[in-house]
Every structure is written in structure tokens, then in C-alpha cells.
Design a protein around this ligand. Structure first.
Ligand SMILES: C[S@@+](CC[C@H](N)C(=O)[O-])C[C@H]1O[C@@H](n2cnc3c(N)ncnc32)[C@H](O)[C@@H]1O
Length: 307
């Protein structure tokens, strides 16, 4: 969902429980099984935000883990240690923060996290992939371009790294009770998701948007990977009222940006959907998928970069 930078920390906090409930446990388990736990595992998390993906994976991957967490937003990364510490407290894990490095110790894992603010639009610094056993991200792939996905697959293949990308929006949504304008808003949102992106003055091309899962599957298969995808839909119930309100508001905003001439119809739709939420009768399903990729024997040798 399109969210402005100021609202992103709150939105990431709100969505974290829904993300954790939606993710494919089976895919995560199979990736964890392929990693083993004998040595410190070097992991790369792209578009970390405040660290939700690391919190989900740390206790499922087991063993000693060394994480590099990258995001273009230094403000979001600065939140990560605080959120890690409070998450660790709820789980009974020990947590320390020293000079920006965060260490979490549980009975079956130890997780050291370093953060670095970097704009990944061009994905042209191959050093961030050096020696990584796992390359991962959550809620990122629909924001990037097809050429970015191809470069990502090539970088992963060059390191023989496993890949796990969770919660990629796939363009589906269903609201209950249904409204005649749900479909119009969904189509406008999906057009919004595919718009050209620009970051730091650099053109990034059209975003993969709802096609990201299929495009990522093709890019990793072309790089010699065996790929599996599993659904990871959000299933929001009336009790998820805050998240539903924020989601509906974001959809209305994106739809209006794409079709200003339909602003009044979109505002009426927004009001009707909010009324369903307020009355405790609104449920929303949002389509996502998780993708895992295992390097095969014929992996690519040349690393492409986006341009
Ligand atoms: C939807 S958020 C997901 C955050 C986190 N992975 C999670 O699941 O909570 C997408 C994240 O990607 C980051 N991001 C988007 N484009 C980026 C880019 N070009 N370079 C680095 N980070 C980027 C954003 O700052 C944001 O934190």
C-alpha cells in the first residue's frame, strides 16, 4: 500500500502482526532446513524498515546469525534497536545495543544485527552480497522494477545464496461486505503500484507491482534457481479495525491520485467502507505471496546490474 515516509513507522508497526500471521511457515521452515545452523549464518535483509522480517526469521532460523539490515531510510533503521529490544523482552530473550549494533540471544539462536542506510535503487554495489548465505526481504518486491529483480537474482546466484522474499502484493483484494466500487478502487490501486519510481533523483523505471511475484520467479529460474511460491494473504477481521482504516485510506488516496476526476465517487466509497469498519462488520483479504529460491547446479555466473 502506498504510504508516505512520515506515516511509515506507524504503518509498519500496525501491519507486523498481520504479516507474521500471513507468512508461509512451510516455506520458512524449508529455507531454515536448507541453511543448517552449524556456523554463523551471514544474512542480508533488503528494505528492512524497522526490522519486522528479522524479528520473524531470527527465532525460526536458529543458530548464530549475522544480519546486515539495509534501508534507504536512516530514520526507520534508527527505530530498529528499540523495536528489537521490546520484542526480545516479550519473548524472554536477552538484548543488548552497542553503537548501533543490536544483539539478541535466545536459547536456540543468537542474532547480531548491523544496520546501514543505503539507497538500493540501482542495486549496483555487489559488496553487500559478499558471503551471504541468505538474501531476504519482506514487503519489498512489488516496489522494485523487473530489471532490479533480474539484478537481485544475479547477485544472489553469484554468492550461491538462498533467497526468501515474503509478502509480495499480488494485485488481489476482496472486501466484505462487498461494495460496487471495490473493483474500481482495486484497479486504480494496481495502476498506482505499477507507476514509474524515482529515488534520490535516479529513475528506477516502472515498478513490478502486482506482477512482482511472477517476475521474481522468472528471474530466479533464469539464474538457475529452483523456485517455490506460497500464498501469504492478509485476512483482516473486524477486530483489525485500525489496520483496515489505514489500508482503506491509503487505497482511496492512491486511487484519487490516479483518477482525480473520480475523486467524489472514491470519497463516497471510502466513507461507506469506513462505516462497515466502524460497525464491526468489515473483513478484508489482501493477496500476497512468499517466494523461496534454492540455487541449482546451473546458476548464473555473470552479475548484471540495473541501469
Ligand atoms: C513496505 S516497507 C517494508 C519494511 C520491512 N521489510 C517490513 O516488512 O516491515 C518497504 C521498505 O523498503 C524500503 N525501500 C524502498 N525502496 C528502497 C530503496 N530504493 N532503497 C532502500 N530501501 C528502500 C523503504 O524505506 C521501506 O522501509
Amino acid at each position: 500500500m502506498p504510504v508516505d515516509d512520515a506515516s511509515l513507522p506507524q504503518w509498519l508497526l500496525l501491519r507486523e502482526p498481520a504479516d507474521a500471521a500471513a507468512r508461509s511457515e512451510a516455506l520458512t521452515r524449508d529455507v531454515a532446513g536448507s541453511l543448517g545452523s552449524a556456523e554463523p549464518l551471514h544474512m542480508l535483509d533488503l528494505g528492512t524498515g524497522t526490522g519486522s522480517n528479522i524479528r520473524y526469521l531470527a527465532e525460526r532460523l536458529r543458530g548464530p546469525q549475522r544480519w546486515l539490515a539495509l534501508d534507504r531510510s536512516a530514520a526507520l533503521l534508527a527505530e530498529l534497536p528499540r523495536r528489537m529490544v521490546s520484542w526480545a523482552a516479550t519473548r524472554g530473550y536477552a538484548a543488548t545495543v552497542e553503537g548501533g549494533r543490536c544483539t539478541i540471544r535466545g536459547a536456540r539462536f543468537e542474532c547480531v544485527i548491523d544496520t546501514h542506510a543505503i539507497d538500493l535503487t540501482l542495486l549496483d554495489d555487489r559488496r553487500i552480497f559478499d558471503g551471504r548465505r541468505l538474501v531476504t526481504a519482506s514487503a519489498l518486491l512489488d516496489l522494485v522494477s523487473e530489471s532490479w529483480l533480474a539484478a537481485l537474482a544475479a547477485h544472489c546466484a553469484a554468492e550461491n545464496a538462498l533467497a526468501l522474499f515474503a509478502l509480495t502484493y499480488d494485485g488481489r483484494s476482496a472486501c466484505a461486505p462487498a461494495d460496487p466500487e471495490d473493483e474500481m478502487v482495486r484497479e486504480l490501486l494496481n495502476r498506482h503500484q505499477r507507476r514509474d519510481r524515482e529515488r534520490g533523483g535516479r529513475a528506477a523505471g516502472p515498478a513490478a507491482g502486482p506482477d512482482a511475484g511472477a517476475l521474481a520467479e522468472r528471474c530466479f529460474a533464469n539464474a538457475g534457481y529452483r523456485v517455490r511460491r506460497e500464498p501469504s494473504d492478509w485476512r483482516l477481521v473486524p477486530a483489525d479495525a485500525d489496520m483496515q482504516r489505514t489500508l482503506i485510506g491509503g487505497w482511496a488516496e492512491a486511487a484519487t491520485e490516479m483518477a482525480p476526476d473520480r475523486a467524489s465517487a472514491i470519497a463516497s466509497w471510502h466513507a461507506r467502507r469506513l462505516a462497515h469498519v466502524a460497525a464491526g462488520r468489515s473483513s478484508i483479504v489482501v493477496g500476497h505471496d512468499d517466494l523461496a529460491a534454492w540455487p541449482g547446479p546451473h546458476r548464473a555466473r555473470n552479475v548484471a546490474t540495473t541501469g
